[in-house]
Design a protein around this ligand. Structure first.
Ligand code: SF4
Length: 350
């Protein structure tokens, strides 16, 4: 363990993680920088940034630095008579010795993770499985050995990358400790996928999703209601349900379309060139998608973009990370959506 100078501590933290990983206070470990595809017309996440693979030894160094920080705080805590607990006082004393860390973009994430028991990890950035399999396994092994408290490790993955990865490699990665993959499906409609430059066909989505399921990952597929505006609404709903039925992932997560500044679709929206759905039309499209879903997934609305309100002014749908279990809660969810449609049909609601 390093004693001084603590000011030299450095580790890299990326910008993004799924909301559910924030909810579980995940440790963020950056495996790659940005997105290797970076063409989706709705996505602002890594737009001006170049994709880079990181060397496994650099990632391992990050993990070691984070562990050193943990051990330093623990030592201080023991000295304070606090039995090695991550207390505010121990953290405060530590930061006094390492003021450079005060402005580090990842320090509060790391401290929150430690204080919450060090259980879940999210591997950043947009497509970790693009790493060489051996490198990824090396990192996973080091992570789990360094922090034995870890119970779950998750990451983003592109359908096409997963579809191209040998099944045996996926299984090895799964066995090495990566538990869950968050995959951006967006839509199952071939024409809409092309239009938004997703770089994946419906067949890629099915192949990638199914391979991930067969390798034993927990799979979260993200779908984007309203993505195709009025023109694509019907096909978007029908084909998204069709493709999701073929994958039958553990989680289906709704991320309604909003034009984000810095994207092509935002430019189009500002020129009034998008035929965007009204809140009522969004709910009608969601209703159509859900009606056709024949899955055993949990359908989740765990994001602020699922904003619709009920007549009592409360949120129409729960933002809980575990959502609605299908098929058991399908009817209940459909009834809620209908309630929302009725509400937004009122001439006093826009
Ligand atoms: S693959 Fe994902 S991160 Fe990359 S541009 Fe598309 S939506 Fe954004």
């Amino acid at each position: 363990m390093q004693d001084s100078p603590l000011e030299t501590y450095e580790f890299e933290t990326g910008m993004y993680r799924p909301p559910s990983e924030g909810g579980s206070a995940s440790l963020l470990v950056r495996l790659t920088r940005n997105c290797p595809w970076n063409h989706c017309t709705f996505c602002a996440m890594y737009k001006s940034e170049k994709f880079e693979l990181r060397k496994p030894e650099d990632i391992i160094q990050d993990i070691n630095v984070m562990n050193d920080i943990y051990l330093q705080i623990k030592k201080i805590s023991i000295k304070l008579g606090q039995e090695g607990q991550i207390t505010n006082q121990a953290v405060g004393e530590f930061i006094k010795k390492a003021p450079g860390l005060y402005f580090h973009p990842g320090i509060s994430m790391l401290l929150t993770w430690l204080a919450s028991g060090g259980k879940t990890v999210f591997l950043q950035d947009a497509d970790s499985l693009i790493m060489k399999t051996d490198h990824m396994i090396q990192v996973l092994n080091h992570l789990k050995t360094t922090f034995p408290t870890i119970e779950r490790i998750t990451s983003y993955g592109r359908s096409r990358t997963i579809a191209r990865k040998p099944a045996a490699d996926l299984e090895k990665i799964r066995k090495a400790g990566l538990d869950r993959l968050h995959i951006g499906l967006e839509t199952g409609d071939a024409a809409l996928l092309k239009k938004i430059k997703k770089g994946a066909t419906p067949e890629d989505h099915v192949k990638g999703g199914k391979k991930a399921m067969e390798a034993g990952f927990q799979v979260s597929e993200y779908w984007m209601p309203g993505l195709g505006g009025k023109t694509f609404s019907k096909d978007h709903a029908a084909n998204t349900a069709r493709i999701l039925n073929l994958i039958n992932p553990h989680y289906i997560r709704s991320r309604p379309f909003t034009p984000r500044p810095g994207t092509i679709l935002h430019e189009k929206a500002s020129r009034n060139e998008l035929d965007r759905l009204t809140p009522k039309e969004q709910l009608l499209e969601i209703k159509q998608t859900l009606k056709d879903l024949d899955v055993t997934s949990k359908v989740c609305f765990d994001h602020a973009g699922n904003f619709w309100s009920a007549p009592n002014g409360q949120l129409l749908l729960t933002h809980d990370y575990e959502g609605y279990q299908f098929p058991k809660e399908k009817e209940n969810l459909m009834a809620l959506i209908q309630k929302g449609i009725d509400h937004y049909s009122s001439p006093f609601i826009s």
